[in-house]
Design a protein around this ligand. Sequence first.
Ligand SMILES: Cc1ncc(COP(=O)(O)O)c(C=O)c1O
Length: 383
Amino acid sequence: MTDQSPPFLSIGEPDLTETEIDAVIAILKKGWLTRGEECQRFEKDFCEKVQASHALAVSSCTAALHLALLIHNVGPGDEVILPSLTFASTGHTIVHCGATPVFAEIDPRTYCVDPAHVESLINPKTKAIVAVHYAGHPVDLGSLRRIANEHDLVLIEDAAHALGASFDGEPIGSGKSVACFSFYTNKNITTAEGGMLTVPTEDLLARAERLSLHGLDRDAWKRFADGKKWRYSIEEIGYKYNANDLLAALGRAQLSRLDEMQAKRRRVWDGYVDRLNGDERFILPPEEGRIEHARHLFVIRLTEESGIARDDLIDHLRAQRIGATVHYDPLHLHPAYRDRFGTTEGMLPVTEGVAKNILSVPIHPKMSEEDVERVVGALKDFS
Ligand SMILES: Cc1ncc(COP(=O)(O)O)c(C=O)c1O
């Protein structure tokens, strides 16, 4: 008997071609594997793509977030405002610095942090705001920049989902910003694990680079390039967050295909919108003229009137071999945050209300029309 069940459709998958394979093999043949010239080329290409002035390739977006806080001297006694509808890293890196995370509400339409609520939480201890471009929908950068300027705060963008997005025509990660990108395996480009930090000044870049490699003044490539001089100086207690040339080769190849992969994501996205629009049980992701969405996640919200239990719908999709999941159970409701910071259910009614009713369905460049049909069919036939 043959297995007639359709292949499992995962929520996100990398799109890898001969371009990526050739690029990685070329580095293997060359033999310099750790941070070297290829990382520098990746940083240059990335800057061109998002119109950034300075970029540092690192081992993950988590590393980039941690470095972004450290280069602004966020530490014990400081408060940092962030949304709760996010991944562990956004909060954990604040805690790693010894600072206190303060959770702000989200906008119930975009699921990005609500600038008015952010402003209401500011007090003399507030040092920074970490804003998440949720699912690839840019935050309201205009309002958040105004608030940060008026209160002399640092604005850090968690752009893990946002490569390819723009706000008022300005690519996320461009010159004015401190932004942190992820190249984890399901992201809009992948290096398996990896990330990029973009910063507006040379000084911030130099500090981030130093902290990303144990606080050394020169990495191995610079020492090698300088006639193999072995000496280095440890300027401060840093971390091991550097990228490497293998990762960078994969990243450059993926970046060269970003527009093509974004176009494929858009086809999947439009397929969902065309087929699900008008079904009153579902609220679809918002999109308006001012923003370009990165289309990293396709998040559907169930209306209260639908009467659908979100978890039952996820089980139904999974039974049909369709990956569906939730981004995210709010951070403030997890034991690690409740226990340490005394956060409680009920403190963020908008976030909690949204989080209960959302689910993410598959979106990635390798999905076909039939895949989209399958997901839509499974959503529609749930009762
Ligand atoms: C919103 C957000 N921030 C940060 C991260 C961390 O990214 P990384 O796995 O590259 O450290 C993720 C990972 O998925 C994320 O979704």
